[in-house]
Each structure stands twice: as C-alpha cells, then as structure tokens.
Design a binder for this molecule. Structure first.
Ligand SMILES: NC(=O)c1ccc[n+]([C@@H]2O[C@H](COP(=O)([O-])OP(=O)(O)OC[C@H]3O[C@@H](n4cnc5c(N)ncnc54)[C@H](O)[C@@H]3O)[C@@H](O)[C@H]2O)c1
Ligand SMILES: O=C(O)[C@H](O)COP(=O)(O)O
Length: 581
C-alpha cells in the first residue's frame, strides 16, 4: 500500500526546526528515510549510549531502530512525545513491548522484509560448516594448503531438521529441498498442508527430531518456551556428526552447553549468526564459541543484504509517516490490524465518539448525583451502516479517550488503539459494543448511541450522534432530541419550556461579554425518537415534567463559575453545565 493511502491531509513541510523529530540511532537504508525527510527532522547519531538515548528521547516523536538499540521501560517512560517505535526488521526482543503498550506507543516492524536474506544466510552457514569454507580460507591466507584436513560432507541426501516452520523456517525448508535434502520439521503451530506442499515431514516431538538430523536449524522467536530449547540433554541425543545452525536468536541453544558439546565431540560443528549478548562479552561462552575451530560465526548478518535493508526501511518508514500523520500502521506488534478503507469509514465516528465521551463526563459531572466514571457500564450501540463494520477498536479507543480526557491523570499520554483497553481497565470502565443491524427507521446512514448505566440507584444516561459528510452532530441528550455540533464551548441548560427563557439567559451572557454563536433548543422525546434510539429505556431521577427542554448554546468568551451560578439562579432554569469540546 502506498503510504499516502492513509494520509488525510498532507503533512506540512515547515522549517526544519519546527518539524516533528525522528531519532535513528542505527544504520537504516536511505530508501525509506527519503519518505520522511521532507516532513520531519531526522537525527542519526552514531554510537548513541543508553544514557544518551534516555536523556534525548523526550524530544522525539518517532524512534527507528534495528537489533542493537535497547528500548527499555525507562526509555519509554521518558519518551513523552513518542508515538512510534519502528523496528527496521522482524525481532522486537530489544523493545519492551508491554511498556510501549502501557504508554500508548505503537511498535511496528517489517515482518517479511528480510526473510529471504535470513534464509539465504542460513544456507550460507550450512554450506560453510559442511564444507569448511572459512577454515580453508583462513588456512590459505596463512600460507597453508590443507586439503586432507578439511574434507567436508555433502548436504544432498542428508536430513535437515528445522525447529520453527514460520516465514524464515519455511523458506529454509524449500531451499533445503532444492539442495536435495530430506527436511523434517517441528512446529506445533505449523500448517500440515503447507508443510506437505513444501515436502516437509512434520514431527510432534523434539525427541523424534533430534536423533534423525544431520543438520539442525532453529527459526523460532526467543520466547520463554524457546529459551535454552537445545541444551546438554538434547545435544546428547544427536548424531556425533551433526552440525547445528542459529540465525534466529542467541539463547535458543544454551551457549555453555553448545560449547561443551563441541569440545566433547558430542556434535561436530555449528554455524552461528546470533548470540545472547551482541557483540559477545569478553570471556563469555558466546565469545568462546566465536573463536572455536568447529564454529563458523558471523556478526548478526542474517538481514544484512542491500535488498533486505531497502525492504525493511521502506516498510517501517511508510508506517512511521502514516502514524505521525494520525493514520494507521500496516504491521503493528501491539495494535490490531485495521484495513485502511475501514479506517477511513471510521474516522468521522472516531471524532464523534470522542466528543460524546467527553460530553458525557463534563455534562454529568456538574450534577450532584454524579459519582465519577469509574465502575460505570457503558454501551456503544452502532446502528445502520456502522453496524456492519466489525473492527471498531478505534471507536472503543475514542470513547475511552473522550470519557477520560476531562479527568485525565495519564501524564499527558494519548489514549489510542494501543493502550485503550489497558486504560479502561485501570479506570474501572466497563465498555460493551453492540452492533444493531435491524434498525429500520433511521434518519441517518449510521447512528451511534452511548448508554451509560451507573451503580445501583444511579440513573442511566443516553447520548446519540450521527455524521453528515465530514460534520458530526449530537442528536439526542438524555430525553431530549436535538441537533448540535459538539465543538467549542457549550452551555447546556436544562429549563422549563416556557416563554422568556432565551431572553433571560442571553441577558446574563451579554452582561459578561459572552457571545452566543449558535443555539439549539431540544425538546423532550415523546415517543420513539427519530434517531432510532427512542426505544432505549432511560431511567430518570429528574422530574418527569412534560414541559422541560434543553437549551444548548455555543458560546465565545470565558464562562466562569460566577456566570454559571447566575444562570442557575435564573427563573425556570433547572440545571446548567459548561462543556468544552
Ligand atoms: N539473524 C537475523 O538477522 C534474522 C533475520 C530475520 C529473522 N530472524 C529471527 O528468525 C526468527 C524467525 O523469524 P520468522 O520471521 O520466521 O518468525 P515467524 O514468527 O514467522 O516464525 C516463527 C515460527 O516459530 C514457531 N514456534 C514458536 N515456538 C515454537 C516452539 N516452541 N517450537 C517450535 N516452533 C515454534 C512458530 O509457530 C512460527 O511458525 C526470529 O527469531 C527472528 O527474529 C533473524
Ligand atoms: O530481527 C531481525 O530482523 C534480524 O535479527 C535483523 O536484525 P538487524 O536489523 O539488527 O540486522
């Protein structure tokens, strides 16, 4: 997808110092950066220390990294402006994704940009360990000509064991088959059909796989279940002639156990691209492995091809561009996938629902009976066309943002699709979404209703809204049908529906220099509301008097406490709330 597909309004090319800033502390291909440089100030410091990253991160909106930068919880907590961490590659084990989610920071990666590179590097190591290529090269450079000492083994006809038949593993499997190898794999989540189509025999247990293989390669992520997956016990069950490969992550083989097995002749060799600490720390088993005569080692070069680096750079920079412009990523690690077409349809409703949430909190918090939003049950009811959209996560997030923004203590952190559920949980909000497709008498293409029910004894509340073109409207507030744009400063006055009210209120506002921009008088809904939400029951603790109305005024000028108090004292005014949307 072209990055511009998600852009609503083009980003401005302000003078460099005013532009949002992007930090790129590692080498990332310039292909993707060209997408960003017209709009953002890009900093590419060399050898940025952990301390420098921590002190500099607060000024950046985006951070683009590879596998060397450690994006810790402390870095993310300090990153008050950061919207996105983009990993120009696959593995995000150097990013504290949980902390990013908590802070509302999207983590994106490039899940397929370097698969070919990683698979080809695995095959390069396979051939190198099978045919002693590096040892021959080393010997020759030192003036040697050691032919009989460096006799290798053919891979054709041999058994290649693969643990992890995902994107890289499957590619390696196909390449192995191409080399004439028999391929056996272990992956509890792999599709048997895909494996069969690639001529791969799946086995169910490690014990079944290990004794069979001449070469073993692991292509899993490093997670709790794969840490030290192959250690002393497992190595002991392998052929003495077997050789192992690791182009996944350091730690899937226990490095001390592997070193011992090579020393003891339990297995014959290893090709290693990744280590538990990179570069291996002095004196560590990883460092000893790199120097070991039976090992061919490379410094995490699996993704280091020109082509892969172009791919991953373009992938993540397009996502950074989209996110910094309020759009969506295409492959977020900690956010749900939403198709761009769906997101476009949802966008005006995102604005509407955020305003509805904010209107709810501000309008009702002025009432003596209001007991906060925590512990309340909210229902978002989607009617009409909107009911057909299944992925409404942005609408859920918009409600959480709207409800909490007026009372936010989230340290200025935005509520977004990444952290909305977490924040809702923290604030004790219970939010359900209902898709009502049966609504037949809707005036609008889609209608959204927010229904809030309080704790026992508290009355329920309703707010409905709709979208017309790009404009958003509130069509109902509790028992009153209305139509106003939820923007700017609004005065919501609950009053008796009798002559003179407008003049009295206008007089007070005029005396305080407050300009009325527009006014909407909302009448009591006496039947099924035209908005379709009339059948939803609203409990009232207020008087059920038939002659009540709501007056909604869009005003310009500061509405202070004294103005509010004066309005409350005005004859026939039952209640007043000031809402800033
Ligand atoms: N060296 C490099 O430069 C380089 C480059 C690219 C990828 N990688 C690494 O390669 C690894 C694989 O990447 P990928 O894109 O193929 O990932 P992937 O998610 O597509 O595949 C991983 C596979 O591992 C399987 N798996 C998970 N736990 C398992 C277990 N306990 N036993 C067996 N199988 C298990 C999963 O089912 C999945 O099929 C990752 O660790 C990635 O970071 C390294
Ligand atoms: O996870 C990955 O994408 C690979 O390990 C590549 O890491 P790199 O970007 O640091 O080369």
């Amino acid at each position: 997808m072209a990055p511009s597909a998600l852009l609503d309004a083009p980003l401005t090319t302000d003078s460099p110092s005013d532009r949002p800033k992007i930090l790129i502390p590692e080498k990332v291909s310039p292909d993707g950066l060209a997408l960003l440089s017209p709009y953002f100030e890009i900093h590419q410091p060399k050898n940025l220390s952990a301390e420098d990253l921590l002190s500099q991160i607060p000024t950046y909106q985006a951070l683009i990294i590879r596998s060397e930068t450690k994006v810790t919880a402390s870095v993310l907590a300090a990153a008050t402006k950061l919207k996105v961490v983009a990993r120009a590659g696959v593995g995000v084990d150097n990013v504290d994704v949980g902390a990013a989610t908590k802070n509302g920071i999207i983590v994106v990666n490039s899940p397929s940009g370097n698969i070919v590179a990683a698979a080809e590097h695995t095959i390069a190591l396979l051939m190198a360990v099978a045919r002693n290529v590096p040892a021959g090269d080393r010997s020759l450079r030192n003036g040697g000509w050691e032919r009989s000492k460096l006799v290798g083994t053919e891979v054709g006809g041999k058994t290649l064991g693969i643990i992890g038949l995902g994107k890289v593993g499957l590619k390696v499997a196909r390449m192995g088959v191409g080399l004439g190898m028999k391929v056996v794999a272990l992956d509890p989540y792999a599709s048997p059909e895909i494996a069969a189509a690639a001529n791969v025999s799946l086995v169910g247990k490690l014990e079944e796989l290990l004794p069979k293989v001449d070469f073993l390669t692991i292509h899993t992520p490093l997670i709790a279940s794969t840490l030290d997956l192959i250690s002393t016990k497992e190595l002991a069950t392998m052929k003495k002639t077997a050789k192992v490969l690791n182009v996944a992550r350091g730690g899937v083989y226990n490095e001390s156990a592997l070193l011992e097995a090579l020393e003891a002749g339990t297995i014959a060799g290893a090709g290693l691209d990744v280590f538990t600490s990179e570069p291996p720390s002095p004196g560590s088993p990883a460092e000893a492995l790199c120097r070991h005569p039976k090992v061919v080692a490379t410094p995490h070069l699996g993704a280091s091809t020109v082509e892969a680096q172009e791919n991953v750079s373009l992938d993540v920079c397009a996502q950074v561009l989209s996110i910094l412009n309020g759009g969506l990523p295409t492959s977020a690690v900690n956010a749900p996938l939403i198709l761009p077409e769906e997101y476009k349809k949802l966008q005006p409703f995102v604005r509407l629902i955020e305003k509805m949430g904010s209107l709810y909190t501000q309008h009702y918090s002025s009432k003596a009976s209001f007991s906060g939003i925590g512990g309340k049950k909210f229902e978002l009811i989607y009617e009409g066309e909107l009911a057909a959209i299944s992925n409404t996560r942005p609408l859920f997030a918009a409600l959480v943002k709207g409800l909490t923004s007026a009372i936010s203590d989230s340290g200025g952190r935005d509520v977004n699709i990444v952290n909305a559920s977490l924040i809702a949980k923290e604030k004790g909000l219970i939010i359900n979404e209902t898709h009502t497709r049966e609504s037949t008498d809707l005036v609008y293409a889609s209608l959204v209703t927010l229904r809030a029910s309080g704790r026992a004894g508290e009355s329920g509340k309703l707010i409905s809204g709709y979208v017309s073109g790009k404009a958003i409207y509130i069509s109902r507030l509790d028992r009153f049908n209305t139509s106003f744009v939820p923007e700017g400063t609004l005065l919501v006055l609950h009053n008796y529906d009798e002559p003179g009210k407008i003049g009295g209120v206008g007089g007070i506002l005029g005396r305080h220099g407050i300009n009325i921009k527009y006014m909407s008088v909302a009448a009591l809904d006496r039947g099924r509301g035209r908005s379709g939400s009339g059948e939803m029951s609203v409990e009232h603790s207020d008087s059920e008097a038939e002659n009540e109305a709501l007056m909604i005024l869009g005003v310009q000028g500061a509405v202070g406490k004294e103005v509010e108090a004066e309005l409350r004292e005005e004859k026939g005014i039952l209640d007043v709330s000031v809402v800033r949307l």
